[in-house]
Design a protein around this ligand. Structure first.
Ligand SMILES: [Zn+2]
Length: 272
């Protein structure tokens, strides 16, 4: 599933292509995409003729700012935003459920095998309160003090990191990788973390997210950037899906458990 780094890589790919451009036509062929709000025809019609003022991101959501309204896109498990221009780039297939034609620029396709993704329109002024995503972990507001506040909870630390209403954009991969780098077991109760562990965890979260962006995302399932290329961060995973292999730091076998219905990977020696 695309997490903050993957969404941010795609956003940066698309910004120079769509910002300031007008949507000439739009088609949404899959009703599940608009299940949260509106209808396929209604959402598509509302996009035609509108100019994209800015393409922003909150957590795992893309926000196409159209002025009064914004188009929100969430990729879910297997969603992809793929750019095509001048007969180069992506060609639509049976899993391509929507596209936006940008005047004088190209076509943005939405492709999604499992159809857990979403497209809907919100008034721009209500985007924040409707999406209800927590603090951006790469932003200035994400201080050790703020993480410490959020950790005053009996929930397990990995579940807290993945709670989108608390911290935006961290999913299974980056939670496991950050906890390894901080030396913290995913099963620890958040409230049991000592101040130095909280500082170390904040540092590790920012480090893995920035590395994920730098290496253009982690292509574990079918993640592709806006040009259809896989990312390279998966080769740098220390624990995620490395169960049964040796820990690079200490040689202990990496373990996998299920926590909150998600596969969770850790080193029993390095993480306490
Ligand atoms: Zn280890």
């Amino acid at each position: 599933m695309p997490e903050l780094p993957e969404v941010e890589v795609i956003r940066r790919d698309l910004v120079p292509r769509v910002e300031g451009r007008r949507i000439q036509s739009a088609k949404i062929a899959e009703p599940r995409l608009t299940r949260r709000r509106g209808t396929p025809g209604g959402v598509a019609a509302a996009l035609v003729g509108r100019r994209v003022k800015a393409l922003r991101r909150r957590g795992k959501f893309f926000i196409f700012d159209l002025g009064r309204d914004s188009l929100i896109v969430r990729l879910g498990m297997t969603g992809q935003l793929l750019w095509s221009e001048n007969r180069h780039g992506f060609r639509p297939d049976q899993y391509t459920h929507a596209h936006l034609v940008f005047q004088g620029a190209g076509i943005l396709y939405y492709r999604d095998i499992r159809k857990f993704g979403e497209m809907f329109i919100l008034p721009t002024e209500s985007v924040e309160q409707t999406l209800r995503v927590g603090v951006e972990p790469l932003g200035d507001a994400f201080t050790p003090e703020m993480l410490g506040e959020k950790c005053r909870s009996s929930t397990r630390i990995k579940s807290l990191l993945m709670n989108q209403a608390k911290i935006a954009g961290i999913g299974n991969i980056y939670a496991d990788e950050a906890l390894f780098r901080a030396g913290i077991r995913p099963t620890r109760r958040a409230a049991s973390l000592r101040p130095e562990e909280i500082r170390s965890l904040r540092r590790a979260i920012r480090l893995v997210l920035q590395a994920g962006i730098r290496h253009r995302g982690s292509s574990i399932a079918n993640y592709r950037d806006a040009c259809g290329e896989p990312g390279r961060f998966a080769a740098l995973h220390r624990v995620y899906q490395r169960h049964g292999e040796d820990c690079h730091a200490c040689g202990t076998t990496i373990r996998r458990i299920v926590l909150g219905q998600r596969g969770t990977h850790f080193c029993p020696t390095c993480q306490r």
